[in-house]
Every structure is written in C-alpha cells, then in structure tokens.
Design a binder for this molecule. Structure first.
Ligand SMILES: [Zn+2]
Length: 486
C-alpha cells in the first residue's frame, strides 16, 4: 500500500472537542473539499465542495427568480476614483483592497482595485441606466469572487482572502419599497440555512459599529462554531440614499421631480461551507444534511469473489432504483480497498446514508442501512428501500437542525456586566445582555476585553430593554448578543 493510502486510512487523528482548529483542517482536507495553494488565504474549492456550493446556489437562484432579481456580471476591476466616491464605504474597505498597478512593465494611468465588493462599479452603471420611475425597481445580483486582503490568520472557507458569493444590489423609487425587501431577503436566507444547511443562527440587526461600511443598517444571521467563535452568515444592508448620493443615481418621479433612489445590498457566501463543516461534523469527519449532500446514499457491496458478479449487478440495480426516485446515489465497487476502509472514507465525506450489501443480505433480499448522523444500523427489505431511504433522509435533515438549535440555545448566557461577559465568552458562550447600542460603549467593550463585540440584536427586543446598560451608565435600549468573531 502506498504512503498516501496509509495516511488516508488513519482518518482524522484529533478529537473535535479537544483541538477544534486541527480537527477542522483535517476534516476539510480529508473529505476532499479544499486544498491550500501557494497564495496564502486562497484555496482550491475541489469538486466536492463546489457541488455543495452549487446546491446553495440552486436554492438561492430559484427564490431570487421568483423575486424578479436578474443575474448580471460586472468587471472584476474597479477604477480607484469610483471606489473613492462613498467615503464610509472606501474607509471600511481600503485596508483590505488588492490593487493592480501595472500591465506587464507599464504602469497603469490609474490604479484598479480587485473588487472587494461591487457597489462602486455597479452603481456607476446604475447612474447611467436609471432615468425615470419607469426604470424602477431595478433588481440585480451577480455570482462572483471577491478579494479582501485581510492580515488575520486565514482559515479556508471561514476567513479567506478570496471567496465566492452572490451579491444582490436592488434599487427602489421610495424608502418603503427598499425596506419591504428586508423581510423577504432575510426570510430567504433563514429558510436556506435552516431547511437546507440545517444550521440555526442568531438573526438580528447589527450595531452601529458593526454595520456594513456605507449602510444605514445591516441585518445578519450569526453562527456559533464549536470553538465559541462566531461567523457572520448571510446578510442584508439597507443603504438608504447614501450610495445614490455618492454615485448620483437619480430619477424623474411621477410628479416630475428629480429624486435620489433608495438601495439595498445583500449576500450569502462560501463561508457557509465552513460553518457547515464546523457545526455538523464529528470525530469521524463531515456530516452533511441530505438536502445539500452531493451524494445522499453510498452503496458499498461487501465483495466476496464467489458472489462478486451477482453483488455488482444488485448494486447497480439498487442505484438505478433509488436514482429513479430522485436520490443522489454513489456506488463504491473498488476492489483494492477493504469494506472498513471504504466505510471510513464515506463517513469522512459525510454521506448521510450507507447501504451495505453482502452475500448474506443478497440471499435474504435485504440490505443494511447505516445513518451517518448517529451510526444506527438497520436491516431493510429491498422491496421497501425507496420509502425507507426517504424517511431516514428526512429524519436526518430534521435531527441535524434540531441538534444545531440545541447547541446554539445552550451556548447563550445572559450577562450583567463586562466581567460576566468575559467569563462567558472565554468559556465559549455567547453573551446576551441589555445594551445601550452606543458606539463608544462598544469601543470600550472591545478595549477592555480581548476584542469582544456585539454580534447582533434580536429585532423583537429592540426598544424593549428597561434599566441600565450592562456595560456602561447609559439607559439600555436593546438586547444584544456578544462574542468573538472570525
Ligand atoms: Zn452601554
């Protein structure tokens, strides 16, 4: 056996609970999701990861289609003068912008930014396209890559310098039109993340400090990872007229007056793959929710020479039968690997169900079905297999969301002061507190702790807090979640 096979056979060599960072690195590499390159912070998305991302895209596209959001593609390069038009926006992004300054040996007349996000380039076009109220609403998105040259330690998927996402940029004639989109976009993100990725997060409004650079307000869904750190998931930004004024996006309204438009931006990115790996995985590797798993079922024939032909035939027959019912099925008929090795490999890849078929099963017209999420095994009559597989996949999908919900719920700790907050966060918890939602208070909190900040504020509690802020002398206005982020 080659050296490579030997190491692969070992599986993941650390416990997730004990050394999460090392576990995560092994989990995505051994599941064949991604690999490092010579460019720090930029990874290869291998086909297995890209297929999962495609499932997220498929679901998002379906929903955006219904909302009449068109798909476009804008250039990767943004002229410096365009990027500089919105002051807060450029200030928020400038430390992370990668610049193109030369073509061959020739210095460019103007530096070009590699897009960190596309407001600047898109809104310059929007300002030419939008003339009248009849041009509105204008709803566009683009699926692309963006580059943010962060200097923090990169972590594949969770914090990388180049990542993939969809960025939506919608334009409305009035404030109400723009604000109405908030709920439909956030509901869409929540639906995809909960019902497809089986991930429960904290949905809410970001603080003044933590909102998107250039937005009036930002909403987000925040996810807790097993090491206690928080990853911001999909989001929605209401930009009001900030960009409209900076990029001169105006229209003639029905009353024949010239007005600035109202805008939103929103996104979901490949960071969710990182959250998916981190939240669901166990010591054996990934656990993928059936709805987004590239393969939902893997059929492994337990090969004995005497029965090989028959076993392979039955394996193919089962695959066809299940595929006809709409399941995504993989067979593993490789003869140079032992069944145990194959079991481990498909467990590492997180395939929700494994079907084992050996001579004993063949004779009795049954198969052994094993769940990836809890390891439970059962014999299933081949006649009822389709129905049983559906039941099991539905249940796995449900159980994974339930587990994620429970983990999140158990990690929230109500705190009454900075000391309690620090203690809670150091133990991997999310702090929950009455808060003034003040910029200085949040800055002070960051300084006095090791970088704890607000995650977001549950919307149903905004304006409902009574008494003093947990961290300063001001009156509390909201409840908010606090933690350390990726
Ligand atoms: Zn305060």
């Amino acid at each position: 056996m080659s050296e490579k096979k030997k190491t692969e056979e070992k599986g993941i060599t650390v416990k997730k609970e004990k050394n999460f960072n090392e576990w995560y690195t092994q989990a995505f590499q051994k599941a064949d999701l991604a690999d490092y390159t010579l460019v720090s912070g930029c990874v290869v998305f291998k086909p297995y990861a890209h297929t999962i991302w495609d499932k997220i895209r498929e679901e998002t596209k379906k929903r955006l289609n219904k909302m009449d959001v068109g798909e476009a593609y804008f250039p990767l390069f943004i002229p410096e003068k365009l990027l500089e038009k919105e002051a807060e926006h450029v200030e928020g992004f400038s430390p992370e912008v990668a610049w193109v300054e030369k073509a061959g040996n020739t210095k460019l007349g103007e530096r070009l930014a590699v897009r960190p996000t596309s407001e600047a380039i898109m809104y310059d076009s929007y300002s030419k396209w939008i003339r009248s109220h009849r041009d509105l609403p204008l709803k566009m998105c683009q699926w692309n890559n963006v580059v943010r040259w962060e200097f923090k330690n990169p972590v594949p998927f969770l914090r990388s310098r180049e990542f993939l996402w969809v960025e939506g940029h919608t334009v409305f004639a009035d404030e109400k039109g723009a604000l109405d989109e908030d709920k439909s976009i956030m509901d869409m993100w929540q639906d995809i993340c909960e019902n497809y990725l089986a991930l429960k997060g904290l949905r809410g409004k970001k603080s003044e400090n933590e909102k998107f650079a250039g937005a009036v307000f930002t909403k987000s869904i925040e996810y807790r990872l097993p090491n206690g750190k928080i990853a911001q998931g999909p989001d929605f930004h209401y930009d009001g007229q900030n960009f409209a004024k900076a990029y001169s996006i105006k229209f003639i309204d029905e009353d024949e007056k010239e007005k600035f438009v109202f805008q939103n931006t929103w996104a979901i990115s490949t960071r969710m793959l990182g959250v998916l790996i981190a939240v669901h995985g166990d010591d054996q590797g990934l656990i993928l929710p059936p709805k987004i798993a590239p393969y939902q079922v893997v059929i492994i024939p337990i090969i004995f020479d005497k029965h090989k032909k028959e076993l392979f035939k039955e394996t193919d027959k089962l695959k066809q039968k299940l595929e006809k019912k709409g399941f995504r099925v993989k067979t593993d008929k490789r003869e140079n690997y032992k069944p145990g090795w194959k079991f481990n490999q498909w467990e590492m890849k997180g395939v929700p169900l494994r079907i084992e078929l050996g001579p004993r099963e063949l004779e009795k017209k049954i198969v052994t079905v094993v769940r990836r999420d809890n390891g439970k095994k059962e014999n299933v009559n081949i006649k009822n297999l389709g129905k049983k597989i559906k039941e099991l996949l539905d249940d796995i999908q449900k159980q994974l969301l339930k587990r994620s919900e429970e983990k999140l719920k158990n990690s929230i700790k109500e705190v009454k002061n900075i000391k309690e907050l620090e203690n809670a966060v150091n133990k991997g918890k999310i702090g929950y507190a009455k808060w003034c939602n003040n910029v200085e208070c949040e800055e002070n909190l960051k300084d006095k702790t090791t970088g704890i900040k607000s995650l977001n504020m549950p919307e149903d509690k905004i304006g409902k807090a009574k008494g003093k802020c947990a961290f300063c002398d001001k009156e509390a206005k909201v409840y908010a979640y606090f933690g350390k982020t990726y």
